[in-house]
Design a protein. Structure first.
Length: 270
């Protein structure tokens, strides 16, 4: 049984941000468990990339929205490695219905909300107790700045807001046992999942309002997640950390109140 190398379990790690985070955590010396639901070939490609680069990884199938499958995956990891040091809840469990609030069918709405929470709930339930007994571990939830949006992404926004609140409750309990829990909320990230919508005017707008001058990619996102997960934020607990290339700062700058006071400052000097 491997008991020396730190172990990171990443849900939904066969593609996009999850896959990039798996590669980054492996680069930092972790043995990475690449969780996937359906695409075994993609998950094993990620494992192959990690091993080719000199890292250590394995792929494990489990639908993290299913209590039994989540429990069995965690049991296997503990049996093989003895512990899980980092849990990164990243899986996109349910594709959101991008419709106005009054047009979203109830089944689609509640499916997104419950799916989002289930993907974090079951893994947390089965991973956290062992972390608490060891008084060591970190949990990172992957969320979205969409939690603060209003409009045509109602189900997605509400699901992410619920995840953010859930993560704070976990953080409050876990902190009593020395476990660090935080959430990383991303703005627009260019991945294969967003390729269909991130084009034309939306891409141009995002580029213009980014301090990077471009859309974040999965590797940008992965470095942020790894910085939080790899004990780099040890005194930051229970926070929703926005990573949006400065988009939100510009929102505040463009707010009507800010613009009003900026006009009042015109012509003044130090």
């Amino acid at each position: 049984m491997e008991a020396l190398r730190q172990v990171a379990l990443i849900s939904g790690a066969s593609r996009g941000i999850g896959a990039a985070t798996a590669r980054e955590m492996a680069r930092r010396g972790y043995h990475v468990v690449v969780n996937y639901r359906r695409d075994a070939a993609a998950a094993h490609r990620v494992v192959g990339e990690i091993e080719t680069a000199g890292g250590s990884a394995e792929a494990l199938q489990a639908d993290v929205c299913d209590a039994g499958q989540s429990a069995e995956m965690v049991r296997r990891i503990h049996a093989d490695h003895g512990h899980i040091d980092v849990l990164i809840c990243n899986a996109n469990t349910v594709n959101p219905p991008f419709e106005p609030l009054l047009s979203v069918p109830w089944e689609a709405f509640i499916g997104k909300v419950t799916g989002e929470l289930a993907g974090a709930f079951f893994l947390t339930r089965y991973v956290l107790p062992a972390m608490q007994r060891r008084r060591a571990g970190r949990i990172v939830y992957i969320s979205s700045t969409a939690a603060d949006f209003v409009g045509s992404v109602a189900a997605h926004s509400i699901a992410k807001a619920a995840l953010n609140t859930y993560s704070r409750h976990v953080a409050a309990q876990a902190a009593q046992h020395g476990i660090v829990v935080n959430t990383v909320a991303f703005g627009t990230v260019r991945t294969d999942a967003t390729a269909g919508v991130l084009n034309g005017d939306l891409r141009k707008l995002t580029e213009e309002r980014s301090v990077l001058g471009r859309v974040m990619d999965a590797e940008d996102a992965a470095r942020s997640v790894a910085a939080v997960a790899d004990d780099g934020f040890g005194v930051t607990v229970g926070q929703v950390i926005r990573v949006d290339s400065g988009f939100g700062v510009l929102d505040h700058q463009l707010h009507v109140m800010t613009k009003h006071f900026q006009r009042g400052d015109e012509g003044t000097s130090a």
